[in-house]
Every structure is written in C-alpha cells, then in structure tokens.
Write a protein that binds this ligand. Structure first.
Ligand code: NAD
Length: 499
C-alpha cells in the first residue's frame, strides 16, 4: 500500500490501554484537523478521568504483577532498540502523519522529527546499558546506590514536536523500568498512536505503556491529579506548567517541567557574518518558529545592524511557503487557525507598540485546498523597545523582533530582561567574549556560533519561568528512578590499607 493510503487509514484513532486499542468509555470524540487545509482528517477519543482511572490501574498492575518488574536492564534496552527499528521500518508513515497533524513540512519531519525519535530510543538503550551507580566506602562500612523505578509516570507533551518530545520521555521512562500513562497534545495525536502500535508489536508487556487522548483540562489534569501516579514529566506552556506544578507539588510527585522560552539570539559585530545570518534563519523560522528554543529576539550590534537586517529580510522573503507535503516547501502551516490568530494578534500588538513590520505579518493568499490553511508569512519586526509585550511574551510562531545594541553589558541586560530563561545563541569570533557572555546569560543552555546543536547526553532545561529540572542522558535516567542508599556495616577498619 502506498504511504498516502496508509495515512488515510490512520483516521479513527483510539486510546491504548492494557495492550488494547479502545475508545473513550463514553464514546465521545474530538476532530483531528489538518492545519494546512483546516479540513477534518479524523477523530480521537475525548477521554475523561474515568479513562485515566483504567489506564492507571493497568499501569499499576503491569508494574507490580506482570513480567515487566522482572526484566533486566539489557532486556529493556533490547526493547528500546526494537522500537527504534520498527519506527525506522515505518519511517515514511510516521513522517507523513506528523506533517498531517502539525502542518509542518514533510522535509522537516523526515530530517528532524522522526530521525530524532529513533535516536532517542537508541540513545537511551545505550545510556542505560552503560549507566553506573555510586559506591561510597567508609572505614567500617560501604554504601551503594540502588536505582528503582519511580512507579507509574505521567508523560504530557505539546504539539510542536510531537513524537520527538514524547519519545524523549518514553525511552528513559521504559529504560528505568517504569510504567507509563501518556497524553499527547489533542492537536497532534497520530504518531503517538502509531508508537503505541509499535510498542505493542515489539513485545513490551501489556499495561506498560498507556496512551490516553483528549483535552488538557480533562485528561491532562486527571493524570496530574491521580494519587497513584508518582512522577509527572510535562513539556508545554508556562501557564499550563504552573497549573501542573500547583496540582502535583502538594502530592509530592516528582516533577519535571520543560516550559516556554523567549530566547535571545545575540549577534556581535565580530561574528562570521554569513554563518550568523544562516544560523539566525534557522533559529527564527524552523518549524514555523514553533520550537521552544527558537531565537525570537535577535540582538544585533549596531555597527552591523543595517547590513544584518537587510540580509535576513532578503532571505526571509525568499523562503518557500506552501503545501507541507511538497519536498520543496520550507515553511508550512502553523498548528491551527486558533494559534495563527494568536500569533497574528501579536503582530497587531507590535504595530500598536510602535513596531515596524519589515516583512510578512500577513496570511498569504493560498491556492485551492490550502485557502483556509493556517499559514502566516514569516515576519520580521524592528523598532520595538525590549520592555514591550511583543518582546516580553512568547509568541511561538514565525515572528522575530530585531534590537540594536552597543556594548556587551547592554546586550546582556536586554537578553536577561525577560521572565524566561530557556536558551540563547551567541555569535562572535572572540573566544573570551563568548565565554564571558555565556556565563552571564540567565538561560539553561547557550549555543556559541550555532543553534540547536544537540548532544543527547547534556543537561536540557530552563531557568526562571522556562521550567524546573533537567532532562537528557543521566539526568533523565535519574528523574525516572529513585536512588536508594544501602549501607552495609563491615566492622572496624575493613577498608584501611594494612589493617
Ligand atoms: P500547552 O501547555 O497548551 O499544552 C501542553 C500539553 O499539556 C498538552 O498535551 C495539553 O493538552 C496539556 N494540558 C493542557 N492543560 C493541562 C492541564 N491543566 N493539566 C495537564 N495537562 C494539560 O502547550 P502547547 O501549546 O501544546 O505547546 C506549546 C508550548 O510548549 C510553548 O510554550 C513552548 O515553548 C512549550 N515547549 C517547551 C519545550 C521545552 O523543552 N522547554 C519544548 C516544546 C514546547
């Protein structure tokens, strides 16, 4: 069967609970919309707390009663590798479904989303196989650290990088022996459902992985509230994150919050100009600017401000916007018309705040079936003060603002002058300056002369309103496990040389 036909077959999606695909208990559904046309592509269950209840109960049984609790690290790593292989074997179906749900270009899901999901499973298979635990000797005893699963974990993910971010949580959670209740965004449910299918096929025992579709306020909230869920790993907006924290913290659940950003992209006059332009284009408009790490505030040293502005405006106007399934397309649709309206609202606000729209800012005239799609021309705005709302609030679309600066101190003041603290990029050929600026930036991650250059071992996460906790490599394995210390008393001086 051609992949386009296979995609059509993935229209009536179901929950995945205790190894079975099932509808919501009350049979309610939500429409799944293809944002490039605004047409209905299928339905998902509109689950409620009663569905979460069954999912948690299955996950608890799988944790305590089934074969999962007896699996070795190597057996679990083998399963992760088998999942990675199955995704690879169904690569095109995953890539098409991801583009259909998000409206992002197929070229991007092929290049980034699906390859990363595969690497996430392979990476955590290797990481857990090679992980080590601590040993602390005393003069009369020794301590060793035992890692145990946290229990049933709740994984809640957003729509911008659906499988990429879900697999980033599922892989380490499985590696450490937890059982899972996952909720993908209601806007992008398909690849998570295909992942459930893959998980069921490679021999992961039933009840280990549950997927419950539905709205955040109904399903997400029920997951966070559930007393038998011991940890929540949440990626999404800061406002939702606050609510998740307020619900989970009084229950003393382990909590990882990966939230929004308003990231500075700082261009010094001594940068490699071409590379900085190229990097700024990627940091601004990848995934239609819907990456939490996008550099939406572009700070440019005054000597090169005009030349830099001219270069990126020209390149932005040349970006190819269109049918997400066309391999030539560089800019696809935003995730929904509602989101498009929110992003456009910020462009209007920018004008009221005195901004000058240098390019974009409008919905393009689209042909045929795409006429009602959620498209927005990539937008560059200049002339705004760093304090105004457009520059302070996360827009999460293809919109950047440009800001001239004179000194390092001024750049840092603007860069750090927001409530967010996720990531930053710095472009300079002066190594000392790069170190000094990087250390002074209030962000969890800094890229120097690059953007979104990822090593899966490094700590990933934000400061301030961008989140709590770190994911990645050993950080994820630590989050998804409880470290317990065992102290064995050995008698006097057992550990002293010559005694
Ligand atoms: P969102 O906060 O609206 O939704 C995220 C998820 O939370 C969805 O699955 C949603 O259904 C669910 N949810 C909503 N209300 C809930 C509640 N009361 N309880 C539990 N779950 C609930 O975010 P979004 O619009 O899907 O995603 C965009 C946001 O995600 C942006 O702010 C972006 O910066 C952020 N993000 C952050 C990272 C990161 O790693 N820091 C990565 C990607 C996206």
């Amino acid at each position: 069967m051609e992949v386009e036909e296979q995609v059509l077959a993935w229209n009536t999606l179901q929950n995945f609970i205790n190894g079975q695909f099932v509808p919501a208990k009350d049979g309610e559904t939500l429409d799944n919309i293809y944002p490039a046309t605004s047409q209905v592509a299928g339905t998902i269950p509109r689950s409620k707390s009663q569905d979460v209840e069954v999912a948690v109960s299955s996950a608890k049984d799988a944790l305590h009663l089934g074969p999962w609790g007896k699996t070795s690290v190597n057996e679990r790593a083998d399963l992760l590798e088998a999942i990675a292989q199955e995704i690879e074997d169904n690569f095109e179906l995953f890539a098409y479904l991801e583009s259909r749900d998000t409206g992002k270009p197929l070229s991007l899901t092929r290049r980034v989303d699906i390859p990363r999901a595969i690497s996430n499973f392979r990476f955590f298979a290797g990481a857990v196989r090679h992980s080590r635990d601590d040993f602390h000797p005393m003069s009369d005893a020794f301590n060793y650290t035992l890692r145990r699963p946290v229990g049933v974990v709740g994984l809640i993910t957003p729509w911008n990088l659906p499988l990429y971010l879900l697999s980033w949580k599922v892989a380490p959670a499985l590696a450490m022996g937890n059982t899972i209740v996952a909720k993908p965004s209601e806007l992008t449910p398909s690849t998570a459902t295909l992942l459930a299918d893959v998980i069921s096929r490679v021999g992961v025992p039933q009840g280990v992985f549950q997927l419950v579709h539905g709205l955040g306020a109904e399903v997400g909230q029920a997951i966070v509230e559930h007393p038998d869920i011991s940890a929540i790993s949440f990626t999404g907006g800061t406002v939702t994150g606050k609510r998740v924290a307020a619900t989970a913290a009084p229950q003393f659940k382990k909590l990882s919050l990966e939230l929004g950003g308003k990231n500075p992209n700082i261009i010094f006059a001594d940068c490699d100009f071409e590379k900085a332009v190229e990097g700024t284009m990627r940091a601004s408009f990848t995934n239609q600017g819907q990456v939490c790490l996008c550099g939406s505030r572009v700070l440019v040293q005054r000597e090169i401000f005009d030349a830099f502005t001219e270069a990126i405006v020209e390149k932005t106007k040349a970006l190819v916007l269109g049918d997400p399934m066309d391999p030539q397309t560089e800019v696809g649709a935003l995730v929904s018309v509602d989101h498009l309206e929110k992003v456009k609202g910020y462009v209007e606000l920018a004008k009221e705040e005195g901004g000058d729209v240098l390019c974009g800012g409008e919905r393009p005239e689209m042909p045929g079936v795409f006429a009602d799609g959620a498209f927005l021309l990539p937008t560059i705005i200049s002339g705004l003060t760093p304090q105004c709302r457009t520059v302070q609030e996360e827009i999460f679309g293809p919109v950047i603002t440009l800001h001239p600066f004179d000194t390092v101190e001024e750049a840092l003041e603007i860069a750090n002058g927001v409530r967010y603290g996720l990531a930053a990029s710095v472009w300079t050929q002066d190594l000392q300056k790069a170190h000094r600026v990087s250390a002074a930036l209030e962000t969890g991650m800094v890229w120097v002369n690059t953007w979104l250059h990822r090593d899966l071992r490094v700590p990933f996460g934000g400061l301030k309103d961008s989140g709590v906790g770190r994911e990645g490599g050993a950080y994820s394995l630590s989050f998804f496990s409880e470290a317990r210390n065992i102290c064995i008393h050995m008698g006097e001086h057992w550990n002293n040389i010559g005694s």
